[in-house]
Design a protein around this ligand. Structure first.
Ligand code: CA
Length: 358
């Protein structure tokens, strides 16, 4: 009797373990727009895979595949849309050719800072518009980590006037490239692996990349001494894409795990990039004390702003949703900037006056 009861209990527990809900392991793949070793950009997808695996006790596995494997850095949206990959980690503005409204979820020249943009995403209308823009691709989009203010780029010669930009050969992609082209810059597209040699040999006069944390690996500081401060990518946000059908099929608890992991990993990337920039800059300036940090002269900055406004106007006149988001973005930026100035800006200004942090 005793023995059969034991057997009964054993059978019951085996049945429980073998029930479909507890036995099934979910396996996803995530495609990246960058090599899987290119931190900090590749950090959020790695972190998401790790967190989801731990939280699900190994029942939800996401295999991360970098651009070295997929061979299609800019094909991430299509791969997630088709469902060949359930997830992607990329930059929204790479898909400007499919829809100009994708730019709002990365950054725009003269746009919001990281804090302002996260406020707009989560407490303004940003996420609402993100969903609207990506619904037509059958994709859910989520913020995927921020670089903070990107530097204006490395220049072999100093830029003193707007005329100095005319005929200048520069690698500067996307929206900022359109602005520079309007100012007479000869915008060129060169693969990342050839940039250092092109700059060293003078095939190009200037280029922009990201900021110290990522620029240091490229070595640009060894061949172009002028490092300009930013204007064109004040808060570049990466994006996670999730195939809607795949997400909707996930058990609710895995949906919550995934969303929580994406948010935590995104916040981490901003911190990692900040910390690495702090150290990378110290290393660069120690190794090459001749690097000159410059801000473009005011007439040059004003010309960049004017060209930006003209391009935004062109898009807005052709695309009603672009106009709607631009209006919303500008009105949020205006009120958010008032607070940024009252808090961060005047604190930094006051600190500088008294020598705090020097
Ligand atoms: Ca950049």
């Amino acid at each position: 009797m005793k023995k059969s009861l034991k057997l009964l209990l054993l059978a019951a527990s085996v049945a429980l373990l073998a029930s479909p809900a507890s036995a099934k392991t979910i396996r996803w793949r995530m495609a990246l727009s960058w090599p899987s070793t290119l931190t900090p950009l590749a950090s959020p997808p790695m972190e998401v895979a790790k967190l989801v695996k731990e939280m699900s006790k190994g029942k939800f596995i996401i295999r991360v595949e970098g651009a070295e494997k997929t061979k299609s850095a800019l094909g991430v949206l299509d791969m997630v849309k088709s469902g060949s990959y359930q997830m992607g980690h990329t930059g929204s503005y790479y898909y400007i050719g499919k829809d100009p409204n994708t730019v709002w979820f990365t950054t725009i020249p003269w746009g919001m800072t990281t804090a302002e943009q996260y406020a707009w995403f989560y407490y303004g209308n940003g996420m609402k518009y993100m969903k609207k823009v990506y619904d037509k691709f059958g994709v859910y989009s989520y913020p995927g980590g921020n670089t903070g203010v990107q530097m204006g780029g490395w220049f072999r010669k100093e830029i003193k006037t707007v005329d100095d930009l005319k005929g200048l050969k520069m690698r500067i992609p996307g929206f900022a490239g359109k602005v520079m082209a309007k100012l007479g810059v000869n915008v060129v597209n060169i693969p990342g692996g050839e940039l250092y040699t092109s700059l060293d040999r003078g095939t190009i006069d200037a280029l922009e990349w990201v900021g110290p944390a990522m620029d240091i690996k490229m070595g640009f500081y060894k061949v172009a001494p002028y490092y300009y401060t930013g204007w064109h990518e004040p808060a570049s946000e990466m994006s996670f894409f999730v195939n809607q059908k795949a997400f909707n099929k996930l058990p609710k608890k895995y949906q919550v795990m995934l969303i929580t992991a994406m948010k935590a990993a995104s916040a981490d990337m901003y911190i990692e990039n900040f910390a690495k920039s702090v150290d990378a800059w110290q290393k660069m300036i120690k190794e090459y004390p001749g690097i000159k940090v410059k801000t473009f002269p005011i007439p040059v900055l004003k010309a960049m702003k004017k060209a930006t406004d003209e391009i935004m106007q062109e898009y807005a006149s052709k695309n009603p949703l672009f106009k709607e988001i631009w209006t919303d973005y500008q009105s949020y930026l205006k009120k958010a900037r008032t607070w940024t100035m009252m808090s961060e800006y005047y604190y930094l200004k006051a600190s500088k006056e008294v020598g705090a942090g020097e």
